[in-house]
Design a protein around this ligand. Sequence first.
Ligand code: NAI
Length: 393
Amino acid sequence: MNVGIIGGGTMGSGIAQVAATSGCVVKLFDTNQAALDKAEISLEKILNRLIEKGRIDTADKNRIQNNISYVDNLKDLADSNLTIEAIIENLDIKKKVFSELESYVSDDCIIASNTSSLSIASIAASLNKPERCVGIHFFNPAPLMKLVEVIPAIQTSKEVLDKSVKTISDWKKVVAVAKDTPGFIVNRVARPFYGEALRIYEEGITDFATIDWSLKTLGGFRMGPFELMDFIGNDVNYTVTETVFAAFYFDPRYKPAFTQKRFSEAGYLGRKSGKGYYEYDDNGRFIQGDSVIQSESEESQQLAKSIFNRVLVMLINEAADALFLNIATAEDIDNAMTKGVNYPKGLLAWADEKGIAWCVEKLDELYNEYHEDRYRCSPLLRKMNRENKTFFN
Ligand code: NAI
């Protein structure tokens, strides 16, 4: 299969590696020669590291490298069966590139976008044959993250969707099919992990380190929300939240937090700037933060439990509502969170484990306390509770 990748930055170069590793003939296109050079040099380093770790041998390395060519003319992608675009997140620029690309490729070439925040319908509309357009959304770093969201636009043909799902599965990725709605699955369902943690902090309930500690020790999350926001970058994470909030017509459930906005404005971006919620050295290693309120006292154990329960139930509510609104199947929603952002368990399976009645009760407690719409319980959870149902089995 011939695969054309447009944009050789972080995502494009990673996707090129994935496709080439699976035996596809890949052309990586970028308008910036320096980006192509960087992609080629970094692939060499990555493959050498994989050899050192014993994951591949020299023959594999040569094969992968020989499968990728680096091109600076969009016309060179003319013989592609599939193209995946990973350029700057700007609709006008993407539309221009897509319509030029369509003039070169054959009629049956699939034209996909890796966009995180634009609608696939709006991108597809730039094509003469919009039914060939689909969202194929990888996670960073593309070679390591197992999940890929595949997003059909309302214009996408069934054949294009099926072929895309098959190709990405052949690339040994876990596919979750998502409706063309803001944030798709992961960037929608994960919002409360950050938002509720920030809200708990803003209410003065406790500090960053204690919130992180509660979610890691009681929830088994690999990183707490503040560590994770520092890792992603407060500017990047804030922008995703703000974009999702606006895209949902300002549904209060997705409201961004002033704390994160101020951290972002102050340049406290996290690891990359040396300071975020915690402090880091030049190599991005943690130096300093608040110390966790970690006593064995009944009071601090209760505090940790209430923080964990509050964030978890908000995540479950978001996952249940995504199912309620047919964003994806229950299996795909759970796979998305475990394979896309390494959650220790799928949120719907977690809801079953905690009990649907427990979820409804906790959400109603929050709603009764605050009377804010952000704490409204999903109608699906309420209905399941009435009917004594579970998500699985
Ligand atoms: P990046 O800034 O690392 O790379 C973008 C590349 O596109 C640059 O090399 C740039 O020279 C090139 N480019 C810009 N305009 C171009 C044009 N008109 N023609 C050809 N090449 C052009 O960006 P990154 O992070 O790789 O993101 C790319 C896309 O992937 C965006 O749509 C983003 O929303 C999406 N995405 C990003 C993720 C991330 O974690 N960085 C995760 C999933 C999706």
